[in-house]
Design a protein around this ligand. Structure first.
Ligand SMILES: Nc1ccn([C@@H]2O[C@H](COP(=O)(O)OP(=O)(O)OP(=O)(O)O)[C@@H](O)[C@H]2O)c(=O)n1
Ligand SMILES: C[C@](O)(CO)[C@H](O)COP(=O)(O)O
Length: 270
């Protein structure tokens, strides 16, 4: 780890319970260690033509590196598994070698699959046995703050089998009947009560055995891992998400991410 990225003792924040638990594990009193799986194998079609989305630059650094640093920023996370584009594992390994990352964290790179679900499963397959808690974090959410990561870990450590960070919605949501043919109207069938809806982010946190069972059981196409646990009939707990944990999906998201990063760099004085 470079001196530039190592906090001075004066800057070291108070320990969260995730941090304290990590140290307890290290002392051998608790077996559950925490790993983060980062699915980064998507193409980024909605972002437009270019390199795979995770490898595109944000503030001059690949989005994936921001996401890896965001996970490794939690002292509870001692392993990060990066699920690379299927033909990009070598390039991802070189990127990890080329950027300053915390020495306390181990890194593994595996090639991904055709879908996000498949990529996450391939990441899970690469986890050593001693990791009892797993975070799944989109490479496409490069700016999630460490407090959100630690809040998710804390909730899993407190016994929740699955935890999602989430934020309230700003827009009203309509459920529609899909158009019968391209160009046909989409009739509205319902307006869910907005106060009961949440926009769900990552990292999502899991008891490892639960997530492995979910991936081994649920074969439907889903858009997040927690919904697979829901299908097992198990509880999924919500913790507060963060507006800066948004997903870079379309070109305008990248403009916002650049602005957030520029503001952080200004505030940090570099
Ligand atoms: N086969 C896939 C598809 C997606 N992902 C990852 O899942 C996360 C969330 O997916 P999304 O934002 O939809 O990324 P893409 O699939 O790349 O985007 P698009 O649908 O626009 O192509 C991303 O970090 C992406 O790299 C993955 O690991 N493997
Ligand atoms: C997992 C997720 O980020 C939660 O909001 C989201 O569902 C991923 O969706 P995508 O279409 O694969 O980007």
């Amino acid at each position: 780890m470079s001196d530039e990225s190592r906090p001075s003792p004066a800057e070291t924040p108070a320990k969260t319970s995730a941090e304290t638990s990590a140290e307890t594990s290290a002392a051998g009193r608790s077996p559950a260690r925490t790993a983060a799986v980062i699915p980064a194998a998507g193409r980024g079609v909605r972002l437009g033509p270019g390199a795979p989305k995770a490898l595109r630059a944000l503030g001059g650094t690949p989005m994936l590196i921001h996401a890896v640093r965001a996970m490794a920023a939690s002292r509870a996370v001692s392993l990060v598994v990066v699920v690379a584009p299927p033909d990009g594992a070598g390039e991802v390994k070189s990127l990890l070698d080329a950027h300053a990352l915390p020495e306390r964290t181990d890194f593994v790179v595996v090639p991904g699959g055709e879908t996000r679900q498949e990529s996450v499963r391939l990441g899970l397959d690469a986890l050593p046995p001693e990791y009892g808690i797993v975070l799944v974090h989109d490479a496409a959410r490069p700016l999630v703050p460490v407090d959100t990561v630690d809040a998710v870990i804390d909730a899993v450590r407190e016994g929740a089998p699955a935890v999602v960070p989430a934020v309230p919605l700003a827009d009203t949501v309509k459920q529609v009947e899909p158009a019968a043919a391209p160009g046909e109207p989409e009739p509205v069938v319902a307006t869910p009560e907005r106060a009961r809806l949440r926009a769900v982010q990552t990292p999502q946190g899991f008891d490892r055995a639960t997530l492995v069972r979910a991936h081994g059981t649920v074969t439907d196409d889903v858009t997040d891992d927690a919904s697979m646990v829901e299908q097992l009939g198990l509880a999924v707990v919500v913790v507060p998400g963060h507006e800066e944990a948004f997903k870079v999906t379309r070109p305008l998201d990248l403009v916002l991410a650049e602005a957030v990063l520029a503001r952080r760099r200004l505030n940090d004085g570099f």
